[in-house]
Design a protein around this ligand. Sequence first.
Ligand SMILES: *[C@@H]1O[C@H](CO)[C@@H](O)[C@H](O)[C@H]1NC(C)=O
Ligand SMILES: *[C@@H]1O[C@H](CO)[C@@H](O)[C@H](O)[C@H]1NC(C)=O
Length: 420
Amino acid sequence: MLVQLVIFVLSTVWITMAQNQPGGPEEKDKTSTALKDLLSRIDLEELMKKDEPPLKFPQTLEDFEYSFNEKGQLRHVKTGEPYAFNYHEDLHRWNQKRYEALGEIITQHVYELLEKECNLKKVYLPVDATDDEPKNFIFMSEDALTNPEKLMVLIHGSGVVRAGQWARRLIINEDLDSGTQIPFIKRGMEEGYGVIVLNTNENYIEVEKPKKQVQSLANDTDEPAEKKERKDESQKETKKRRDFYEKYRNPQKEKESKHIPIRNNSTPEEHTLYVWDHFISKSSVKNVVFVAHSYGGLVFVELMIRRETEVKNKVIAVALTDSVHNVWHQDTVKSILDWMQEHCRNWVSSSEPLDAPVESMLPDCPRVSAGTERHELTSWKSFNSIFKYFTQALEAQNTEVKPKFTVTTRSSNRKKTEEL
Ligand SMILES: *[C@@H]1O[C@H](CO)[C@@H](O)[C@H](O)[C@H]1NC(C)=O
Ligand SMILES: *[C@@H]1O[C@H](CO)[C@@H](O)[C@H](O)[C@H]1NC(C)=O
C-alpha cells in the first residue's frame, strides 16, 4: 500500500513537471506550490497505519503460544523466552495493542485462579441486579461473612488491574507471585482469615455505539416500489463509496463505543462503600484488616471518611503499599488522622532496607520502606512484614494493652504536625 502511494505521488509530480516544462519562473512556482500542497496532504502517521497488520490477536494464552511455568513465569511454549513486546519491529502501536490483548487474557486467567486455586467464590454486584443489567463482581472465601475472628480485604490500585492483581506488568514480565494477590490470599486463608477481594476498576461496560440510521425503513412504505428501488440502489452506492473512503482514510479505526456505568459501582470509591455496606459491615467478624496498594489507599481513606465510626469499630489494622492517599486533599478530620497514626502503616518505595522508618511530612500513618524503589513491587516486597504487622495488631487487640512506645511516637508526631 505504502509503495503504491509513493509511486502515485512520484508519478504525479513527474507528470506535473513534464506538463510545465516550457514554462518560465512563474510556472515553476506553481509547480512547487502544487507539490507542497500535495505533500502536506499526506499524513505520515496515517500512512504507517496502512501498513499495519490487522489488530486481530489471539483469544487465549495457548493461541498466543504462552503459558505460565511451574515458577509462575510467563514463557513462550516453544522457545521458553519471556514475553516479547516488540513482536513487529517499528510498529509500536500494534505491539501495544497486542500487549493489551494479552493483558485481557491475563485478567481472565487470574479470575480463574482465584476460583480454582484459591477456592474463592464470585459474588455479583449490585446484589439485586437484574439479568440484563451490567454487573461487577468480587471474590470471597466461603467463610468471609461467617468467620467470627478475622477478615482480610484486598484493594488494588487504579488502571487496568482487576480483582486478584497488583500489577499486570509484573505478571507478564516477572511472575504470578509478585504481580497477583494470590500469595496474600493463600497465606491469609492458612492463617485463618476470611478473605474478600475487591474489584474497584470494573466500573462500566463498553458497548458499541449504535450506528445512526440514515433513513427510516418504516417511513418509506407508501412510496411507489420502483422509485423506492432506485432510491435504495443509490443509497447503497453512496454507502459503498463512503465506506471505501472511510477505510482508506482510517483503515483501523477503533470502534465507537459508549460506557454504561454499573449501578452502585461506577467508581472505585462507590464500589468499596457498597461492599462495606452490603458485606463487611453485616458480617459477624470482629477484626478486619485491609491491604491497599497505591490508589487503593486513597479509596480506603475515602471509606473511612464516609463510615468513620463503623470502620473504627471493625478495622484493627491497615497495611498500605505506596499509597497515594492524600490527607490534605481528602476531607480528613483530626479524629481520622489520629486513628490512622495508630492503625495504619504505609510501606513506601524507598532505597532504605525493608521496614526502615521513612520520614513523613504528613500527619497520617507512619511510613516504612518496602525495600524496593519500584512502586509496583511494594506489595510483594513487604508481604512478610505485612502479615507480621497484622499478627501484632491482633495480639494487641486480644490483650487490650497498647505497647507504650506507640503513645510516645504519637505525641512526638503530633508535635511535628503542629509545627507544619
Ligand atoms: C417517520 O417520519 C415521521 C415524520 O414524517 C417522524 O415523526 C417519525 O419519527 C419517523 N419514524 C421513524 C421511525 O423514524
Ligand atoms: C444503588 O443505586 C440505586 C440507584 O441508583 C440507588 O437508589 C441506591 O441508593 C444505591 N444504593 C447504594 C447502597 O448505594
